[in-house]
Every structure is written in structure tokens, then in C-alpha cells.
Write a protein that binds this ligand. Structure first.
Ligand SMILES: Cc1cc2nc3c(=O)[nH]c(=O)nc-3n(C[C@H](O)[C@H](O)[C@H](O)COP(=O)(O)O)c2cc1C
Length: 220
């Protein structure tokens, strides 16, 4: 394993810095209100850190509300730090996760992405690989539309979208989440996240695939 699981060992959330020129750091950026998408993010990190020369950087975004113009607390009460534009600049790939909100990504993540115009202008994300993941309450509650909604801004940024092919056996085995468009979890009425084995395998596969491509691209 190239680094600690999203840098959480010892309570730190900053992943290992690149140790050699071909080391790829992948930003796992998510929003989660009740923990389901957060659990998917952890599985994505496992996949990333199973790739030689790859490590994960875990970040979240603050909630938005009617008072969203007020400055958000700079440090979350618990869990990974809030993402900054530097996290996007400094990493070689991105895996983006959101719970489904009416078939779309959640407002806090969209709010963060709407603040990335300077990176779009500079082409700072162009040519980097990216993947997406989501959690829904119900099986047909809009996973694919949410995943595609997250791809759209990434395509505008010129990122290379990485999906999940059917060569990933778990995609045929799953009776819950997991799609060719990205990883997913069907939370149902579960209070605490309880991912099935195929859901875990596919989230890890997504992390692995984005990380492996980032490592290849860094080798030129
Ligand atoms: C405002 C709102 C809209 C939602 N829309 C959907 C939906 O369209 N389809 C669905 O299956 N679940 C929907 N949900 C349920 C969440 O997507 C689901 O509970 C998810 O697992 C929560 O992820 P989290 O634990 O990471 O916050 C919605 C929840 C909220 C609060």
C-alpha cells in the first residue's frame, strides 16, 4: 500500500506527499449528510491506495443553507478538512462523490464546483482523470442521473472521465449499487451505512482505475 488510508492513520487527514516524480495523489472529494457517501469515499480510498505509487487525499465540503453567503466554518467539527482550490490544483486525479438529491448532485458540492472558474480559465484540471460516486435511498432513485450530473462540470474542465466496465465482475453480481457510470450505494432505510460486497468492490475498483491512470499519465 502506497500510503495510509486517505491519510487517516494517526488522526491526520493529509495524505503522504508525492515521494517520487511518478507518485500520483488523488483527491477524493465528497459531501455526505448521514454517512453513506462518506463510507463510499473510504472504499474509493482503499482502491486508490492499493495502486503502487498512488495515494489519496480525502476532503469534504461544508453544507449550504439560506445563509450560505456567510463564511462557512473553516474547519469541520469532525472528519476530513474542507476542500480548497489548492487541493484540486495539487492532486493528479479526482474522485467526486455526492448523495443523490432529486436525481442530481447535492447543493454543497455544486456550490464548491461553481467556485472553480479560475481553474477552468487556467486549464488547471485539463487532462487529469476523474471518477464519480453517489448514494441513493432507493434502487431507482436516480443514481445514473446524479453520476452524469457530476461528470458535466468535470468534462467542461477537460478531465478524462473514468467509469466501471463489465470486466469488473461485481458489476454483473450486484443486486444493489454499482453502475458503469461510477460507484454507488443503495442506502435504503439503513441508519448506518452497510455496503454490500459488490458495492464495496466497485467503489474500490473506481479508486484503483482513476489512480492507475493518473500514475500512467504522470509517467508520460
Ligand atoms: C432533499 C433530498 C433529496 C433526495 N433525493 C433522493 C432521490 O432523488 N432519490 C433517492 O433515492 N434518494 C434521495 N434522497 C436520499 C439520499 O440520497 C440518501 O439517503 C443517501 O443515501 C444519503 O447520503 P448521505 O448519507 O451520504 O448523506 C434524498 C434526500 C434528501 C435529503
Amino acid at each position: 500500500m502506497a500510503g495510509s488510508l486517505c491519510g487517516t492513520v494517526g488522526g491526520r487527514y493529509t495524505a503522504h506527499r508525492a515521494e517520487n516524480l511518478h507518485m500520483a495523489e488523488i483527491l477524493v472529494l465528497y459531501y455526505s449528510r448521514s454517512g453513506a457517501t462518506a463510507e463510499l469515499a473510504r472504499q474509493v480510498c482503499r482502491g486508490i491506495e492499493a495502486v503502487a505509487d498512488a495515494t489519496a487525499r480525502l476532503r469534504t465540503v461544508p453544507p449550504v443553507s439560506a445563509e450560505s453567503e456567510a463564511p462557512a466554518r473553516p474547519v469541520p467539527a469532525s472528519g476530513p478538512p474542507y476542500a480548497t482550490l489548492d487541493d484540486l490544483r495539487e492532486t493528479q486525479g479526482l474522485v467526486l462523490g455526492s448523495p443523490t438529491r432529486f436525481g442530481n448532485m447535492a447543493a454543497p458540492l455544486k456550490h464548491f464546483l461553481d467556485g472553480t472558474a479560475s481553474l477552468w480559465l487556467s486549464g488547471g484540471l485539463a487532462g487529469k482523470p476523474a471518477g464519480v460516486f453517489t448514494a441513493t435511498q432507493t434502487m431507482h432513485g436516480g443514481q445514473e442521473t446524479t453520476l452524469v450530473s457530476m461528470m458535466l462540470p468535470l468534462l467542461h474542465h477537460g478531465m478524462y472521465i473514468v467509469g466501471l466496465p463489465y470486466t469488473e465482475r461485481a458489476l454483473s453480481d450486484t443486486r444493489a449499487g454499482g453502475t458503469p457510470y461510477g460507484a454507488s450505494y443503495v442506502s435504503g432505510a439503513n441508519a448506518a451505512p452497510a455496503l454490500t460486497d459488490p458495492e464495496k468492490a466497485l467503489a474500490q475498483a473506481l479508486g484503483r482505475r482513476v489512480a492507475a491512470l493518473a500514475v500512467q499519465l504522470s509517467r508520460g
